[in-house]
Design a protein around this ligand. Structure first.
Ligand code: MGD
Ligand code: MGD
Ligand code: SF4
Ligand code: MO
Length: 921
C-alpha cells in the first residue's frame, strides 16, 4: 500500500509544497516515508532544496521530547497543564496581567498562533506576547506600514521571473531561499537580458548570479538607496504622474535624499562612483525592477528606514503593484507571514489590525466576545527579556523558538530565564539550550504529526498535513493552549476540537466588518467544512467572500493525492494576486507615503573592538540545528562553526587558515575555526548563527551581540557588532571519527561535533601536551567505546600522531593529533567507519592518506548525492567537464536540489581551489 500526502516544507518562507510518500507496513516509521517536491505547488513546482529533500531524516525519535516534564521528571499531561494554568492564574492574581508573557515563533502554524494570541490579548488582557519574528521581519512590517498603511507584501514570485532587473540587497537567496533563487536562475537562463545586482558586504553564493556585485560597507544601504532616489530625480527619471496621484510626502523625502551625492554615497558605501553609476543607470533604465531584501536590511538599528529607502525608489518610479516590479521582503520562517496575519507581534492585533487603534480593539473584542482586550502594545522581545531579568515578568511560556541561542545578549537571556519564577517551554526536542531553564516542558507535535496552515512570502496559504501519529505523547501547540485556556475558565471561547475550527474563525475575523478596508481578508474560506479544510488547495490572499470564481484547478489537492477530491480551491484562483495595482493604499487617503530617511551610515565604534561582526546562515543548517544538526547529509557541507576573515585581517592578527580563533565583543567570546577568504571585506568578519551547546563547546554567536534595536520596529541589530580577534593556541589539534560521541568526558579547549554516516566526527583542540593526549586515547574505557585493539602511528615528518581502535575488522574510532591543524580529509576519514579494515588498510588509515581503492572525495559539495570537491575537480580535469551541466551529467552533483550549483560553478572557475579544513567556500 502506498499513500501520498501533500503538505509543505517546515523550513524557509519560500513555502515549498512537499509530497510525503508512505509505503510499507509501518506507516509511522521513518523508514517507510520518502519525501519529494509537490509538482502542483505554485512555489516550487516539484523542486526541493537540500534541507527540504532531507526532511525524512528528521522523522526519527532521536532527541525528541516525548512526554511532559515537570522539573525534569516525567509527568502526565493533566498534571503539567494543571500546573501551568495554576501558575499562570496565580501570577496574574498576585502581580497583574502584565506580569505574564508569551514568546512564540514564526514556526508555529497559523492555527497555533491564532489561539495563543487570542488567549493572551483577548482573555488574559495583556499584549505581552511577542515572537521571534521580532528578530526577523519586524523592520519590514514597520516599513510596510509606514509606506502602505498596512503590512502588505505587494508582489509575488512570478514578478521575480518577469522582472528585467532583480536587485538583491542583504539577502543570500542562494542559501536561504534556494528554490526562489533557482527560479531566478532559470529565468535568467531563459532570458539572459534579465540582470541581477547583488548588494552585500560579503561575496556570497548569491553573488555568483549577479551581473554586478556592490560589496558595500556594512550599514550603508540607506545612503545607497537615497543616492539612487536623488539620481532618479536629477536625471528626470521619476514617474511624476504616479507621485502626484498616488503618494504623499515626496518633497520632504527628496530633500533629505539629495544630501546623498554620488561622492558622499561612494564615501559611505566604499563603492567607486563609476560602479554606483552603473547600478543607478541600470535601475533607472529598467522599468521592470524587483528589489528583494532580507536580514542584511532588517537586522539593523536602521532597519525600518532602510526598508523605506528601498520602497521610496519604487514609489518614485511607480514600480509597484505591476507585473515584474516591486519591493519584495522575502520572509524567513515557514509561517512568518501567518504570524503577522494573526497579529503575533506585541503591537499588533489579529487579522492585520492595530493594537493601538481603538476601533480595531473594539472590533476584535466584539468578534471574540471576550471579557477584555489588551489596551496597549506589549513588550517587544528585547524589552520582554529585560523585564524578566527585572522581575517585572514572572511567568513565561516559550513556544517553538530557542531564545538562549537566538536572542542578542544570549547569556543575559539565559540568566534571565533561570531567574524567572516560572518558565514553560513547548518544543519538539528534548535538548536545546532554552529547555534547560524550563520548569515545565511540553512535548509538541512536530512537522509530519501536526495539521494546520502556513503562509509563504508571496501570501500563498498552504496546508501542512499530518501523515503519522505524534511520537510519544506529543500534542500540537494549539491543543496545549486550548487546554490551558479551558482550565482558566474560557471553555466556550476555546471549544475548538480541530485546527479546522480555528481556521474558520480566523477567516471569519479577517472578513468581519472589513469591506475592503483591511488588506488581509480570507473571508471566502470562513465556511469551509472539515472535509474541505482537509482537502484545501493552496490559495493566495486576499480571497474575500465575494472573490470571483476563477481558473479551475484540475490537480488533486487532498490528503491522498491518489484520491480525487473536490476542493474549495476548485472554484478559486491559484494564480497569485498582486496588491496596489490600482494605485490605492491602506493609508486613509489611499496614498502611499514616502518616508524621509537620513542617509547617515551606521557607525558602531567601540574601543578595542575594531572589526564588524556580521552573522547569518549557511546552506544546509536551519537556525539552532535542533533538526538539521542531526542529519549526517546536512552536516557534510560545513561541519564546524567558523569565522570568515579577510586575509589582511588574518595576517594582522597572525591567524592562519584553519587555526582556532577567539572572537570577542564587549559582552562575551566564542571560539571558532578560521576560514581565511577574500570573500570578506577587510575589517569585517562573518560567523554563522547555527551552532548551539549541543554541537560546539563555545560558538553561540548571539552571546556577542548587543541588544541595540531599531527605534521603529524593535528589531535587534544582529549584523554589526564591534569585535576583536585573537588566535587560540592549543598544544594539540585533533580530529576524530567515532561510533559514539567522544567529546563529553574529555577536558578540551574546543570541540565541535557533527554526525556522519555510522557515527560522529569531532574537531577538537586541547591544552594538554601530545603525550597526555595520546595517553588519554589509549586509556578510553572499553565499556563505552567497545572492546578494541588499538593501533598507533607516528608520522614525524607531518608531526602527526594517529590512533585507531578496531574490533575485528570494524573501526570503532580513529583520532588524528598534531601540533598544527590536522590535515586529514574529513570526508574520507568519516567514510572509514563504513568500510571493513584489513591489516593493510589499517596502516593506510593511520597514515591518514587516501588510497586508489579508497580515494579522498574532498569536502562534500553536493549533499544530495554526496559528491566531493575532488570528485568535481576530477570531472573537470580528467573528463573535461566544462559546465555545471556536464559535471552534473558525469557526477550527478547539482542535479537534485540544485543548492550546490553555484559552488560547482566556483570550483569550475578556479579548479585549483585550496582545500580548507572544514569545507570549500
Ligand atoms: N539555510 C538556511 N536558510 C534559511 C534559514 C536558515 O537558518 N538556514 N533561515 C530562514 C530565516 S528565518 C531567515 S530570516 C532567512 C534569512 O535570509 P537572509 O537574510 O538571506 O540570510 P542572512 O544570512 O541572515 O543574511 C543575508 C545577507 O545579509 C548580508 N548583510 C549583512 N550586513 C549587511 C548590510 O549592512 N547591508 C547589506 N546589503 N547586506 C548585509 C550578509 O552578509 C548576508 O549574506 O533565511 C531563511 N532561510
Ligand atoms: N546574530 C543573529 N541572531 C539571529 C539571527 C541572525 O541572523 N543573526 N536571525 C534571527 C532570525 S531571522 C530568526 S528567525 C531567529 C531564529 O531563532 P530560533 O527561533 O530561536 O531558532 P530555531 O532553531 O528555529 O528554534 C525553533 C525551536 O522550535 C522547535 N520546534 C520545531 N518545530 C516545532 C513545533 O512544531 N512546535 C514547537 N513548540 N516547537 C517546535 C525547535 O526544536 C527549536 O527548538 O534567530 C534570530 N537570531
Ligand atoms: S527552499 Fe528549501 S527550505 Fe525553503 S521551503 Fe523550499 S525546500 Fe524548504
Ligand atoms: Mo528569520
Amino acid at each position: 500500500m502506498k499513500q501520498s500526502v501533500k503538505t509543505c516544507c517546515p523550513y524557509c518562507g519560500v513555502g515549498c509544497g512537499v509530497v510525503a510518500n508512505i509505503a510499507g507496513l509501518k506507516p509511522d516509521a521513518a523508514e517507510s516515508i520518502s519525501i519529494q517536491g509537490d509538482e502542483t505547488h505554485p512555489a516550487n513546482f516539484g523542486k526541493l532544496c537540500s534541507k527540504g529533500s532531507d526532511l525524512a531524516a528528521t522523522l526519527t525519535p532521536q532527541n525528541r521530547l516525548l512526554y511532559p516534564l515537570i522539573n525534569g521528571s516525567r509527568s502526565s499531561w493533566d498534571a503539567a497543564l494543571d500546573l501551568v494554568s495554576d501558575k499562570l492564574q496565580r501570577t496574574i492574581d498576585e502581580y497583574g496581567a502584565e506580569s505574564v508573557a508569551f514568546y512564540v515563533s514564526g514556526q508555529l502554524l497559523t492555527e497555533d498562533y491564532y489561539v495563543v494570541n487570542k488567549l493572551v490579548k483577548g482573555y488574559l488582557g495583556t499584549a505581552n506576547i511577542d515572537t521571534n519574528s521580532r528578530l526577523c521581519m519586524a523592520s519590514s512590517v514597520a516599513g510596510h506600514k509606514r509606506a502602505f498603511g498596512s503590512d502588505t507584501v505587494p508582489g509575488c514570485y512570478d514578478d521575480i521571473e518577469q522582472a528585467d532587473l532583480v536587485v538583491l540587497t542583504g539577502s543570500n537567496l542562494a542559501w536561504c531561499h534556494p528554490i526562489l533563487f533557482q527560479r531566478l536562475q532559470e529565468a535568467k537562463k531563459r532570458r539572459p537580458a534579465l540582470k541581477v545586482v547583488g548588494i552585500d558586504p560579503r561575496i556570497t553564493a548569491t553573488c555568483d548570479l549577479a551581473d554586478l556585485h556592490l560589496q558595500i560597507k556594512s550599514g550603508s544601504d540607506i545612503s545607497l538607496f537615497s543616492g539612487l532616489l536623488s539620481y532618479l530625480a536629477e536625471h528626470e527619471l521619476l514617474d511624476n504622474a504616479y507621485i502626484q496621484n498616488h503618494t504623499s510626502g515626496f518633497e520632504d523625502c527628496l530633500e533629505l535624499a539629495s544630501k546623498a551625492t554620488s561622492r558622499q554615497v561612494s564615501a559611505d558605501t566604499g563603492i567607486q562612483e563609476s560602479q554606483l553609476a552603473e547600478f543607478y543607470r541600470l535601475f533607472a533604465g529598467t522599468r521592470k525592477v524587483v528589489t528583494i531584501y532580507s536580514q542584511g536590511v532588517n537586522q539593523s538599528e536602521q532597519g525600518t528606514d532602510t526598508v523605506n529607502s528601498i520602497i521610496n525608489c519604487h514609489l518614485a518610479t511607480g514600480r509597484i503593484g505591476r507585473p515584474g516590479m516591486g519591493p519584495f521582503s522575502v520572509t524567513g520562517q515557514p509561517n512568518a507571514m501567518g504570524g503577522r496575519e494573526v497579529g503575533g507581534l506585541s503591537n499588533m492585533l489579529a487579522a492585520h489590525m492595530e493594537l493601538a487603534e481603538p476601533s480595531h480593539r473594539q472590533l476584535v473584542q466584539e468578534f471574540w466576545r471576550s471579557p477584555k482586550i489588551a489596551d496597549k502594545p506589549g513588550l517587544k522581545a528585547v524589552d520582554l527579556f529585560q523585564a524578566i531579568a527585572d522581575k517585572q515578568i514572572r511567568f513565561l511560556w516559550i513556544m517553538a523558538t530557542n531564545p538562549v541561542d537566538s536572542m542578542p545578549r544570549a547569556d543575559s537571556v539565559k540568566a534571565a530565564l533561570s531567574s524567572c519564577d516560572f518558565v514553560v517551554v513547548s518544543d519538539i526536542v528534548e535538548n536545546n539550550d532554552t529547555q534547560m531553564s524550563a520548569d515545565v516542558r511540553l512535548p509538541a507535535a512536530a512537522w509530519s504529526e501536526k495539521d494546520g496552515t502556513v503562509t509563504n512570502s508571496e501570501r500563498c496559504i498552504s496546508r501542512q498535513r499530518a501523515f503519522r501519529k505524534p511520537l510519544g505523547e506529543a500534542r500540537p501547540d494549539w491543543w496545549q493552549v486550548v487546554q490551558v485556556a479551558r482550565r482558566l475558565g474560557y471553555a466556550d471561547a476555546f471549544d475548538y476540537e480541530k485546527p479546522s475550527a480555528i481556521f474558520r474563525e480566523h477567516a471569519a475575523l479577517s472578513a468581519y466588518r472589513n469591506n475592503g478596508r483591511r488588506d488581509f481578508d480570507i473571508g471566502y474560506y470562513e465556511g469551509v467544512s472539515d472535509k474541505e479544510y482537509d482537502a484545501l488547495q493552496s490559495f493566495y490572499w486576499p480571497a474575500s467572500k465575494t472573490s470571483e470564481p476563477a481558473e479551475k484547478i484540475t490537480v488533486a489537492g487532498g490528503v491522498a493525492a491518489t484520491e480525487s477530491v473536490t476542493t474549495m480551491a476548485a472554484s478559486t484562483a491559484i494564480t497569485p494576486v498582486r496588491f496596489f495595482s490600482d494605485g490605492n493604499f491602506f493609508t486613509g487617503n489611499a496614498r502611499a507615503r514616502f518616508v524621509a530617511v537620513d542617509a547617515k551610515p551606521i557607525q558602531r565604534n567601540k574601543k578595542g573592538f575594531p572589526l564588524i561582526l556580521n552573522t547569518g546562515r549557511i546552506r544546509d543548517q536551519w537556525h539552532t540545528m535542533t533538526r538539521t544538526g542531526y542529519s549526517s547529509r546536512l552536516n557534510s557541507h560545513l561541519a564546524e562553526p567558523f569565522v570568515q576573515i579577510h586575509p589582511d585581517d588574518a595576517s594582522r592578527y597572525g591567524i592562519k587558515a584553519a587555526e582556532l580563533v577567539q572572537v570577542s565583543s564587549e559582552h562575551a567570546d566564542v571560539v571558532v575555526r578560521a576560514l581565511v577568504t577574500e570573500k570578506q571585506l577587510p575589517g569585517n568578519v562573518f560567523v554563522p548563527i547555527h551552532w548551539s551547546e549541543q554541537f560546539a563547546s563555545n560558538a553561540r554567536v548571539d552571546k556577542l551581540v548587543s541588544s541595540i534595536t531599531d527605534p521603529f520596529s524593535g528589531q535587534p541589530a544582529s549584523k554589526s557588532e564591534p569585535v576583536s580577534l585573537s588566535k587560540v593556541e592549543p598544544s594539540v589539534y585533533g580530529f576524530a571519527v567515532s561510533r559514539v560521541p567522544i567529546h563529553s568526558n574529555h577536558e578540551l579547549m574546543y570541540w565541535a561535533v557533527a554526525p556522519c554516516s555510522d557515527g560522529w566526527r569531532t574537531e577538537f583542540a586541547s591544552a594538554s601536551g601530545l603525550e597526555q593526549e595520546v595517553a588519554y586515547w589509549k586509556a578510553l574505557p572499553s565499556d563505552v567505546y567497545g572492546q578494541v585493539e588499538v593501533a598507533e602511528f607516528a608520522d614525524e615528518k607531518k608531526g602527526m600522531f594517529s590512533l585507531a581502535a578496531f574490533s575485528k575488522d570494524e573501526l570503532q574510532w580513529a583520532v588524528f593529533l598534531a601540533r598544527t591543524p590536522v590535515s586529514v580529509s574529513r570526508v574520507w576519514a568519516s567514510q572509514q567507519l563504513q568500510v571493513s579494515h584489513s591489516p593493510t588498510t589499517r596502516s593506510v588509515l593511520l597514515a591518514g592518506i587516501a588510497s586508489a581503492e579508497r580515494p579522498d572525495q574532498g569536502a562534500i559539495v553536493c549533499s544530495c548525492f554526496m559528491v566531493g570537491s575532488n570528485d568535481i575537480r576530477l570531472a573537470i580535469q580528467k573528463r573535461n567537464c566544462l559546465s555545471v551541466e556536464a559535471i552534473g551529467e558525469h557526477t550527478s552533483a547539482g542535479t537534485n536540489c540544485g543548492s550546490c550549483r553555484s559552488e560547482i560553478r566556483g570550483l569550475l572557475k578556479q579548479t585549483q581551489t585550496r582545500e580548507m579544513v572544514c569545507s570549500p567556500s
